[in-house]
Design a binder for this molecule. Structure first.
Ligand code: CTP
Length: 446
């Protein structure tokens, strides 16, 4: 019996897939088809797969060509599958010519001609037109955003706006996009607005963007007042638009995995959480010069509050702040202590004090530790009373990690609500409420 194996994502199943499977089956007597998981596709940079794994498997099954369907979860699996299933022929479309020649030592490798003029990418683009992204702001984060957005299929960074037109022009030239002189011209050229301007301008830019019928991705913190956050989310809902706060950690695969494990009882009942993020800044930096909205907590607090709210929820009994301020009254180091009915949490942030950036989640039977940079979660350990009993888990985190939030935003715009849980409206509103209290106490306006 000749055993054949082939692999693919098989998203939005099309004629090219059908013909490939048909010819793969004809190569032998028994065909095994490996269908990729969403996580593996993400890890290899294929973002925005539309169909769920179950749907993609179902579609392969329906062709009747597959004698067996398996799931492909990681790089290197092809080699072990070939051994495990005693494969005679590995086959794949001609877009992969050469890539799998290394498997020739173990079985025959056949590249089948690809069907012309059809691909999942083409269908995704047809079903969901390319979304044009317009950026407000030209700072560090905006510069990081563009190469990350370029990795997400289905979006195109189109233009930039900055009230200082010269800055917009320099930025636009650097990235080969358009600089808009006026905000109306900017809105006319965008479908999604990415707001990366100074914190205090977020509220007004979000509101204007929604008024113009644009989806919004806003850098954290989205706003400083819970009421404002509520109003903006209500407005977005009314206008059937997506309003999305860009706390990148929430969308990275490692963080999702971490929450899954923490909440599965692996360390018993969770009772304590400590999150710390410090990043030394120059005393002349915007972060330490802006006496109204700058400082450690407004800058980094969103990251540290994220795991706390995801694990303990929004109904905290108390939040109490301790800060060390510089001569301008800006906090260079802040600890936010939160008390819940069944747990305690601390969010520690520093722009002028360096500390170990660790996330520690403690439960009744063990603890999980994520070393810095835990906000780019890629590795963590689960410990128990017995020091020899350590579980080590890892997940890929690529580049600056903004690709994950951009990809999830796009899925949500295209009607996929499966990603909503990662950062909910309630999470963003609660963070805004905590920021509100913090600023009122720090700036003395209670
Ligand atoms: N395939 C093919 N002809 C096409 C499209 C795909 O023969 N027109 C083959 C691929 O070469 C691969 C298999 O079908 O062997 C699964 O490919 P997959 O990557 O899932 O499909 P694509 O349409 O190429 O997807 P994408 O556009 O997302 O890369």
């Amino acid at each position: 019996m000749i055993k054949v194996i082939t692999y693919g994502t098989f998203d939005l199943f099309h004629e090219g897939h059908y013909k490939l499977l048909q010819r793969a089956k004809e190569l032998g007597d028994y065909l095994i088809v490996g269908v990729t998981t969403e996580e593996y596709d993400q890890a290899r940079g294929k973002l925005n797969v539309v169909d769920s794994l179950m749907t993609r498997i179902e579609n392969v099954k329906k062709t009747g060509f597959a004698d067996e369907i398996i799931v492909e979860e990681s790089q290197g699996q092809k080699f072990s599958d070939i051994k495990k299933y005693d494969i005679d022929i590995f086959t794949v479309g001609s877009d992969w010519v050469g890539v799998f020649d290394y498997l020739q030592d173990y079985c025959k490798v056949v590249y089948l001609d690809r069907t012309k003029n059809i691909s999942s990418t083409m269908l995704r683009t047809k079903e969901t037109p390319i979304q044009r992204i317009g950026i407000i702001g030209t700072g560090r984060i905006a510069n990081r955003f563009i190469p990350e957005a370029a990795l997400v299929s289905g979006v195109n960074t189109q233009c930039v706006y900055n009230p200082h037109f010269e800055s917009a022009e320099i930025f636009a030239k650097k990235w080969g996009i358009d600089a808009c002189k006026g905000i109306e011209e900017f809105f006319n050229s965008s479908d999604i607005v990415y707001i990366a301007s100074p914190h205090e301008t977020h509220y007004s830019y979000i509101k204007q963007s929604l008024e113009h019928g644009k989806h919004v991705l806003c850098e954290k913190p989205m706003c400083f007042h819970k009421e404002q956050a509520r109003e903006l989310f209500e407005y977005a809902k009314e206008k059937k638009l997506i309003l999305f706060e860009g706390i990148k950690t929430a969308y990275c695969p490692g963080f999702t995995k971490l929450l899954g494990i923490a909440c599965s009882g692996a360390i018993g009942n969770i009772r304590s959480l400590e999150a710390c993020f410090t990043k030394l800044e120059d005393e002349n930096s915007r972060e330490l010069k802006d006496i109204q909205y700058g400082g450690s907590f407004t800058e980094l607090g969103s990251y540290c509050l994220l795991p706390i709210l995801k694990i303990f929820g929004h109904d905290y009994e108390e939040v109490r702040f301790e800060t060390i301020k510089d001569s301008n009254g800006i906090d260079i180091y802040t600890k936010a202590h939160m008390r819940y009915a069944n747990g305690l949490a601390t969010a520690t942030c520093g722009l002028g004090v360096k500390s170990e950036g660790k996330l520690l989640i403690s439960g009744t039977t063990g603890y999980i530790v994520v070393e810095a940079p835990w906000w780019k979660t890629s590795y963590f350990e689960v410990h128990h009373e017995d020091p020899n009993e350590i579980e080590r888990l890892s997940e890929r985190f690529l580049g600056d990690g903004l690709r994950y939030e951009i990809s999830d935003l796009l899925s949500m715009i295209n009607g996929d609500t499966r990603k909503d849980f990662k950062l909910t409206r309630g999470d963003s509103e609660t963070i805004a409420g905590i920021m509100d209290q913090f600023l009122a106490e720090r700036n003395g306006v209670v």
